[in-house]
Ligand binder design. Structure first.
Ligand code: GLU
Length: 438
């Protein structure tokens, strides 16, 4: 018999019993996004007259997702798909399964996708989806039924030329395969381009799994050069050791960096001499968490923020760096692998303390960049080599970062505001060119 989904969020290192979107700094993700937009308005010139577009999602769908549990009873979950903007192309963005998912969170995540896609100049708008569920409490069969019913419910607004979902927190290649199959069955034709992040044998792209972490690493190396930080002698602290944090840690370690601390939902581990990243990855693949890794000390979760390091990579959930811990961070540079990990108050504190923040909307854009490659490959039914994909990814990330760096220098603003300037100009220019319908 399967366990019933719990009505309350699980308590762990990354989410206490109060949902993260109600915790300190209190704006909630959508409020944070609106504040980020306000900060950019003075830099938009004439395009600012279209700015209201940025403050309103184009379309938001709430769906009921009823499924039969293994014990025969029926459970209902709430799901969402929000298309924030489609001025530059179809909606694009991941789907997350998490017990704290809300409409306001998905709205913010969809808006950050609009900014991110415009920042790296891939021809997409922004969208995001999610289901409020703790997927660890579902059996594989229940997870599949929930994914399929959700896909069917949002099927009225997604499609290869309309809105293309992808993996995000707690979703993976298998879930994308079920989504692709469900959409295709309903359409009566196999539509590989409806989702990205699929298994390789189903129209997925080489390099997609590592793409977000590789992008984090690429912009990290570029930024380090600007501030005279030597990666080969640097120390890293990483929060979240999944697809983003784990891959980024591996690449930094290969470049000589010492990964001294890692925190995930199971706990925090520390090793001053540097953790053995390949062994840790193998441990996490088996245990599902960094907790229990023997070649490390256990650290109290809260002490993670005090760790002596040069680079801090939050690669888990939103609102982790707040006014309460931003003053304690020792790093010279924060690379946002997660979406929305730093609150605006914390952003200000880090800026005052001259800690460089590489914002999510550029730092973690590698994932969607290779999603774009995957979508192009699906459309053309012609697949590229991994080297080709990585080379194109690195080129896009470097160019985008260089552009943002220059805008930040020219306007004396943070990299976050600079990324918003670049992206909002692109979105609003497209908006202006298209004009108002009817
Ligand atoms: N979920 C990822 C993100 O937040 C990837 C989205 C995509 O590939 O569409 O950027």
């Amino acid at each position: 018999m399967s366990k019933q989904p719990s009505p309350t969020p699980a308590s762990n290192a990354l989410s206490s019993s109060i949902p993260s979107y109600l915790q300190a700094d209190n704006l909630g993700p959508w409020g944070i996004y609106l504040q980020q937009v306000d900060r950019v308005l003075p830099y938009l010139g004439n395009l600012a007259r279209w700015a209201e577009t940025l403050r309103r999602p184009k379309r938001a769908l709430i769906v009921d997702v009823p499924i039969q549990l293994d014990n025969g009873t029926v459970a209902h979950f709430e799901g969402y798909r929000v298309q924030h903007n489609t001025s530059r192309g179809p909606g694009k963005g991941g789907v997350r399964f998490h017990q704290d998912v809300t409409l306001s969170e998905v709205m913010a995540l969809s808006a950050w996708m609009s900014i991110k896609n415009a920042a790296v100049n891939v021809p997409y708008g922004g969208a995001k989806g999610g289901i409020r569920v703790d997927p660890s409490l579902l059996s594989r069969g229940e997870l599949e039924r929930m994914t399929r019913r959700y896909t069917s419910e949002i099927g009225i607004i997604i499609g290869p030329t309309k809105d293309i979902p992808a993996p995000d927190v707690n979703t993976n290649e298998q879930i994308m395969a079920w989504m692709m199959d469900t959409y295709s069955m309903n359409e009566g034709a196999t539509a590989t381009g409806v989702v990205t992040g699929k298994p390789i044998d189903l129209g997925g792209s080489l390099g997609r799994r590592d793409a977000t972490g590789r992008g984090v690493y690429t912009v990290g190396v570029e930024a380090a050069r600007h501030i005279g930080l030597d990666i080969a002698t640097s120390r890293l602290a990483v929060q979240g050791f999944g697809n983003v944090g784990g891959v980024a840690a591996r690449l930094f370690a290969q470049a000589g960096a010492r990964v001294v601390a890692v925190q995930d939902h199971g706990g925090t581990i520390y090793r001053e001499a540097g953790l053995d990243v390949p062994s840790l990855l193998a441990h996490v693949a088996q245990a599902g968490t960094v907790a229990g890794f023997l070649q490390a000390e256990v650290l109290a979760n809260d002490l993670f923020w005090d760790v002596d390091c040069d680079i801090l990579i939050p690669a888990a959930l939103e609102q982790q760096i707040t006014h309460e811990n931003a003053g304690r961070i020792k790093a010279r540079m924060v690379i946002e692998g997660a979406n929305g990990p730093t609150t605006p108050q914390a952003d200000d504190i880090l800026q005052e303390r001259k800690i460089l923040v590489l914002p999510d909307v550029i730092a973690n854009a590698g994932g969607v960049t290779v999603s774009y490659f995957e979508w192009v490959q699906d459309f053309s039914s012609f697949f590229w080599s991994e080297d080709e994909i990585n080379a194109r990814l690195v080129r896009i990330m470097k160019e985008a970062f260089a552009g943002v760096w220059e805008v930040a220098q020219d306007n004396k603003v943070t990299l976050r505001t600079a990324t918003f300037i670049v992206a909002c100009k692109r979105i609003l220019h497209a908006r202006e060119l298209r004009g108002l319908y009817p």
